[in-house]
Design a protein around this ligand. Structure first.
Ligand SMILES: [Fe+2]
Length: 319
């Protein structure tokens, strides 16, 4: 088999897919020898055996994988609103799509079909969160069955779009661009790298190069091959770990050069992390919001923090 027609996929990512993958799976014995180890229907029995032997990656035919992505896109479009699709199925569909977008980004770079899955995933994520009774309930209902990273991103995305709604320049298109940035911001990072990020975000200079540079790396991937995503989305991804005082990374920007959309995403993510740290204790909302008004008082960050407060019905003079 021509090595250019196949691509490498992590076994764990395949095993996390919540449904049949629909493509054959191969291993490579040498540069010019590839053997099929599984047909689409039996991969769940076959792959764990290879994993036990220490195999971490398998191969799939690129064309079949692209077809799989197209299938996911149409499932997200068609199955999502089918009355027999339960909220649980919806979450599984979103989790599968997230894994698939991550794998295709890591393996091929961002292709058009992967981006269209990401856009659909982003829109449907907002839909699921906005229909749930409250954000805490959403988290409790789905945390067992959804990639935790995706779960958090969905909440950040939802909060970001609600914050944008408080500005008179808001449009549905700009909210979609912002939501896409929230979903894609960490997409190339593994669970271990996310743990590293979580532990080291206050001392970013000690992060590994990949983790430190992920905002730039992802932003570049998204822009490769022309204007595949909007400029706004790419800038938000690039700036999502910057901080108003220059203590962020990777460019150590200050508040004067961080866009309002980026500031909104940064504040929304910080807010969701604070909520998660309090186990969604709603009694602490006001305390967090007051803390945010003093933490984020400069330029675009002030507007973002005020918008967050307004979202919770706080009186914010001057906004
Ligand atoms: Fe990140």
């Amino acid at each position: 088999m021509d090595k250019n027609s196949i691509c490498k996929i992590n076994i764990d990512a395949l095993l996390r897919f919540g449904r049949e993958v629909g493509f054959d799976i191969y291993i490579r014995l040498s540069d010019d020898k590839t053997i099929k180890i599984s047909h689409a229907e039996d991969y769940r029995q076959v792959l764990p055996k290879y994993k036990e032997k220490g195999v971490q990656y398998v191969y799939v035919v690129k064309e079949q994988y692209t077809q799989y992505l197209e299938g996911l896109k149409s499932s997200l479009t068609n199955k999502f609103y089918n009355p027999s699709t339960t909220p649980q199925n919806q979450i599984e569909l979103l989790s599968d799509s997230y894994q698939a977008v991550r794998e295709s980004l890591v393996q091929f770079g961002m292709s058009e079909v992967a981006l269209s899955v990401a856009e659909e995933l982003s829109k449907k994520s907002l839909d699921v969160v906005s229909k749930s009774a409250n954000i805490y309930q959403f988290f409790m209902d789905f945390k067992k069955n959804c990639d935790e990273q995706l779960m958090k991103k969905m909440m950040v995305s939802y909060t970001t779009t609600l914050m944008i709604s408080n500005f008179d320049w808001q449009t549905a298109a700009i909210k979609e661009k912002a939501a896409l940035s929230c979903i894609l911001s960490d997409i190339i990072l593994s669970a271990e790298e996310l743990a590293e990020l979580e532990a080291g975000k206050d001392t970013p200079d000690q992060l590994s190069e990949k983790v430190y540079n992920h905002p730039l790396t992802i932003s570049k991937m998204l822009q490769k091959g022309g204007n595949i995503v909007s400029k706004e989305t790419a800038i938000m991804v690039e700036q999502h770990h910057e901080r108003p005082d220059g203590a962020g990374f990777p460019k150590k920007l200050r508040h004067t050069t961080i866009t309002l959309l980026s500031a909104i995403q940064i504040v929304a993510e910080d807010f969701i992390e604070n909520l998660m740290a309090t186990n969604f204790d709603h009694r602490l909302h006001d305390e967090i919001l007051r803390k945010f008004l003093s933490r984020y008082y400069q330029a675009n960050f002030r507007k973002a923090a005020m918008s967050l407060c307004k979202m919770f019905g706080m009186d914010v003079p001057g906004f």
